[in-house]
Design a protein around this ligand. Sequence first.
Ligand code: CUA
Length: 349
Amino acid sequence: MMMKRWLLAIAAMMASATLAVANDWGMGDANSKIPPSSIFSPVSTPASDISTLAFFVLAITGAIFLIVGGLIVYSIVRFRARADDDGREPPQVYGSNPIEFAWTTVPIIIVFVLILITARTIYTVQAAARPPGAIAVRVIGHQWWWEFQYPELGIVTANELHVPLSDPKNPTPTFLVLESADVAHSFWVPRLAGKTDVIPNHKNTMWIDPHQAGTFLGQCAEFCGTEHAMMLLRVIVEPRGDFQKWAAAEKQAPVQDASVARGRALFESTACVSCHTIRGTQATGTFGPDLTHLMSRETLGAGVAMNTPEHLKIWVHDPEEMKPGALMPAMNLEQKDLDGLVAYLATLK
Ligand code: CUA
């Protein structure tokens, strides 16, 4: 009887866990295929410099901790009260010049070494010169999504940053200039670089030179309101040729598919156009993400859902369902119009 109740409880727990996975809009599955974004496995110079420095500081402070802690433990054991204690004070020693000198200079030397090494790391990370092959990206933090502009390539996209693989022998790093459209955010892709604040009316800069192709997860690392936790981003690192192919496709105007003309007309006649841009249409808004090549992105709503037509329908109907607090209003279209609109969006490859 007891056993049966336990089995039922476990079955119920498993069912609710499956339900939770079913409600994550496919993100759990997709993200489980990407290696965890650990600060311990850097794949870009700024991240590995910072990690090397952190381990060096940890080694020195760890050694100090062991020496001091060991001496304390030794003293506690060696000089503990004993049954045959005669109660006299131990000999009092004052002003030994060699000892005073040693414990003043040794910490000063240690602190100086830490200062110099830290300053050198800050310098190599922040003052790196921009080589000719570098890619320039303007990052703009919004509540709650990322805008990525490539001014030299004429590309605007959102939430998924494409950058070329950087070969140490022939580096093609990406230099980012970060700004905010509203409040303070922080751009953080742990395996590529440290956090950089994204501040309104102020430009910060950083760079990355990924040595490994693949997708790297990142997130906003500064509380910026309701959906701070869902202000995710991906960095897609590709070999140079693939990057150029992607860039060329992004530069193209979207194909005009006659079969979805109704959906397009609908898009152009609703409030969508005041927030979104689709090149080659009436839509030139800049408050929300550029949708010109919406379907070239894997995710929706800054990493809240996989970008599929089914999810798009839920999103356009009412973003609150996926991302409570999202600033996009519910379009509340009739089913027929919603289907037409999403059929049009789905052609924006
Ligand atoms: Cu943007 Cu937190």
